[in-house]
Ligand binder design. Structure first.
Ligand SMILES: Cc1cc2nc3c(=O)[nH]c(=O)nc-3n(C[C@H](O)[C@H](O)[C@H](O)COP(=O)(O)OP(=O)(O)OC[C@H]3O[C@@H](n4cnc5c(N)ncnc54)[C@H](O)[C@@H]3O)c2cc1C
Length: 383
């Protein structure tokens, strides 16, 4: 327990951990090979209320706080980071749909989402670049009561497994930059949508790929937020997902540390347990300290969101620090296992899995620019 996790949240976390240990952890290694997201597991998670519990009850959620989503998310991630993408994508897209969509259009989708019956992707990045996200070019033209989409999004998590995608496209002029972007809810079975799948270094069960749009027609009522305001209004949701990503990767670092402490206390060299050597125990103690601090920052950020307090800079801190820290922690843990750590197995898979988040959802450089802007102002930090 800590100031953010009360008894109720602790009980929710324990419930999620039992499920994750029994149902998610056993397939962790196998899913890296098969690269298939288990839909049965997704539905079980939905039945147990583990998917987007922060959404209003009217949309199939439980009206819980964002901290509850964070507590569940870290327990699933402990067992398999790829599977915890279900929580991440549901919370991020769920918030966007519930806050910016037409209720009659988004309600059935949100009910499917929370039931574990529909997987959502989010598509911002394009072949020409992802960091300068406001400069995107996917063509979206209004024709009567429809939007017509043409172009490509790339590096999209779950691109070929998603049932629907939140797509950001250009409705305004190129010069209007972030002020000419519109967000749309796009069912993936519409005519003209095609996808592919990349061969990823990690996070292989969720995967990434491109989405190709050829004259894809979406009804105007599928717009999320106002026309040309998609970027400015809808991007706010990323503050939520950045704190969740922090907890997600730190959970993987924490389980790696737990296993490593156990190993170094048992294995001997020079007639002593490895942990007797400060060269072994002090790096682990350093990382325990940093992981504990980074986790508190993530929880604080979600607490601020639950209390409607500003948290954009804090969310960016979670997003650059936690993935870098988690990677360094797991790297250190892997080395503590000696030659065994280099075999294919849980530790090297964790290392590959967390690395993706040093890029996905924005790199450290972009996060630091967001922090700098919050502190010094946009005029002082233009790019
Ligand atoms: C695992 C993973 C999952 C992803 N999932 C999704 C998804 O679901 N949806 C989606 O839309 N995208 C997704 N992406 C794409 C991701 O958001 C982009 O890769 C990311 O934003 C960076 O864009 P880029 O790859 O085009 O790099 P670029 O924008 O080409 O940048 C290349 C390098 O230059 C640096 N750089 C760029 N501009 C600056 C600057 N102003 N100052 C300093 N350095 C700078 C960057 O930090 C980076 O190191 C995912 C990527 C990965 C790896």
């Amino acid at each position: 327990m800590n100031p953010y996790i009360d008894e109720d949240l602790q009980a929710i976390g324990e419930h999620a951990r039992r499920f994750a240990n029994d149902r998610v952890a056993p397939g962790f290694l196998e899913r890296d090979d098969t690269r298939v997201l288990d839909r049965t597991l997704m539905r079980e998670m939905g039945e147990l209320g583990f998917i987007a519990p922060e959404l209003p009850e009217a949309y199939g959620g439980q009206g819980m706080g964002c901290l509850a989503a964070g507590v569940i998310h870290e327990e699933i991630a402990r067992a398999d980071l790829s599977i915890s993408y279900l929580n991440l994508l549901a919370s991020l897209n769920g918030q966007i749909l519930s806050q910016h969509g037409k209720p009659e259009v988004v309600k059935p989708w949100l009910e499917r989402l929370t039931r574990g019956d529909a997987l959502f992707a989010i598509a911002l990045t394009e072949p020409r670049g992802g960091s300068d996200a406001g400069n995107l070019r996917l063509r979206v033209e209004r024709v009567g009561d429809e939007y017509v989409i043409n172009g490509e999004k790339t590096s999209i998590s779950a691109a070929d497994q998603a049932d629907a995608t939140v797509v950001f496209g250009r409705t305004g002029s190129v010069e209007s930059a972030a002020h000419g972007v519109t967000a749309l809810l796009v069912p993936m079975d519409l005519p003209g949508v095609a996808t592919n799948r990349f061969d990823c270094h990690g996070q292989r069960a969720i995967g990434r790929g491109s989405i190709f749009f050829e004259n894809v027609r979406v009804p105007v009522d599928h717009r999320l937020g106002d026309e040309n305001k998609g970027f400015v209004q809808v991007m706010q949701g990323f503050d939520f997902s950045r704190a969740l990503i922090g907890l997600q990767v730190l959970a993987v670092a924490k389980v790696a540390l737990e296993e490593t402490w156990e190993y170094v206390a048992e294995r001997e060299a020079f007639g002593k347990p490895l942990s007797a050597f400060q060269g072994v125990s002090h790096p682990l103690a350093d990382y325990e300290t940093q992981v504990a601090a980074a986790r508190l920052l993530c929880l604080q950020t979600l607490w601020s969101k639950d209390h409607n307090l500003p948290h954009t800079a804090e969310a960016a801190m979670c997003k650059w620090w936690a993935p870098k820290l988690s990677y360094d922690v797991i790297h250190q843990c892997l080395l503590m296992f000696g030659h065994g750590g280099y075999d294919r197995g849980v530790m090297e898979q964790r290392l590959r899995d967390v690395l993706g988040f040093q890029i996905g959802d924005g790199t450290a450089q972009i996060m630091k620019t967001i922090i700098a802007r919050t502190k010094a102002g946009r005029a002082a930090v233009p790019a």
